[in-house]
Design a protein around this ligand. Structure first.
Ligand SMILES: Cc1ncc(C[n+]2csc(CCOP(=O)(O)OP(=O)(O)O)c2C)c(N)n1
Length: 198
C-alpha cells in the first residue's frame, strides 16, 4: 500500500496485537509519551524500553540494540511527530541494513500529548514515501489491523529492516509508564542479558 487510504486504527489495540505475537524475548523500544504508555499498558516485559523526554529516539536506540544483538529481533514504536524530528535515522538505518529491526510508526497527524497541534504528516508529508526515499524499500502503510498483523509476520521473516506505518486515532495512551529512567535502563539491560539485576 503506497497511499494513506487506510483505516484509522487505535494505538493500544495495535500495540497489544504486536505484543501478543512476541515469543522470543524480542526487544521493543517505545518512543516518548503515548507510544511507550501504550507499550506499558499492553504488557510490561523486561525486554521493553520506554523513552522518556526526547522525541525521535526510538529508532536510533533500536538501531543500537539491533546492531549489538543481531540474533535478537528488535521493534521500535514511534509517533509521527517524533519521527519527523529525527528523519536522518531512516537513511542511516537503510545504509546499515540491520536484518533484525522492525520500525512501526503511529501516525495520528498530531502532536497529541502536547495539545494536538497538527504535524506535517497530517497534510503534506507521507511517512512511507519518506522512508522509501531514504532507502528503506520494505516500507508500507497497514490498511487495517489484519494487514498490520500480516506485515509484522512478513517483517519478522524478512532479510532486512522493515517499516510499517499506521494511521491511528487521537486517543491518549491507556497507561502511564513509571518515570524512573535508571530503573527503566537497568531492567532493560537485564532483560537483554547484559547486566545482573540491581
Ligand atoms: C526535542 C523535543 N521537542 C519537543 C518536545 C515536547 N514534546 C513532547 S511529546 C511531543 C509530541 C509528540 O508527538 P508524536 O510523536 O506525534 O506523538 P503523540 O503525542 O501524537 O502520540 C512534544 C512536542 C520534546 N519532548 N522533545
Amino acid at each position: 500500500m503506497t497511499t494513506r487510504n487506510t483505516k484509522v486504527m487505535n494505538r493500544f489495540d495495535v500495540t497489544s496485537r504486536l505484543i501478543a505475537k512476541l515469543k522470543r524475548e524480542e526487544a521493543v523500544i517505545g518512543g516518548i509519551g503515548n507510544t511507550n504508555f501504550d507499550l506499558w499498558a499492553a504488557g510490561h516485559r523486561p525486554q521493553n524500553f520506554y523513552m522518556l523526554g526526547s522525541m525521535g529516539l526510538a529508532f536510533p536506540i533500536a538501531l543500537g540494540v539491533a546492531l549489538a544483538q543481531p540474533e535478537r529481533r528488535v521493534f521500535a514504536l514511534e509517533g509521527d511527530g517524533s519521527l519527523l524530528m529525527q528523519l536522518g535515522a531512516l537513511s542511516t538505518i537503510a545504509a546499515l541494513k540491520p536484518k533484525n529491526l522492525i520500525m512501526i510508526v503511529m501516525d495520528n497527524g498530531i502532536y497529541q500529548i502536547t495539545g494536538a497541534q497538527p504535524t506535517p504528516a497530517a497534510g503534506v508529508a507521507d511517512l512511507v514515501a519518506i522512508a522509501s526515499g531514504s532507502g528503506l524499500t520494505n516500507s508500507a502503510w497497514a490498511a487495517d489491523e489484519e494487514d498490520f498483523e500480516r506485515l509484522v509476520d512478513e517483517a519478522m521473516a524478512a532479510d532486512g529492516p522493515s517499516l510499517i506505518a499506521l494511521r491511528i486515532d487521537d486517543k491518549p495512551g491507556v497507561g502511564t509508564t513509571r518515570r524512573d529512567p535508571v530503573q527503566i535502563r537497568e531492567r532493560f539491560m537485564h532483560g537483554l542479558g547484559v547486566r545482573e539485576p540491581l
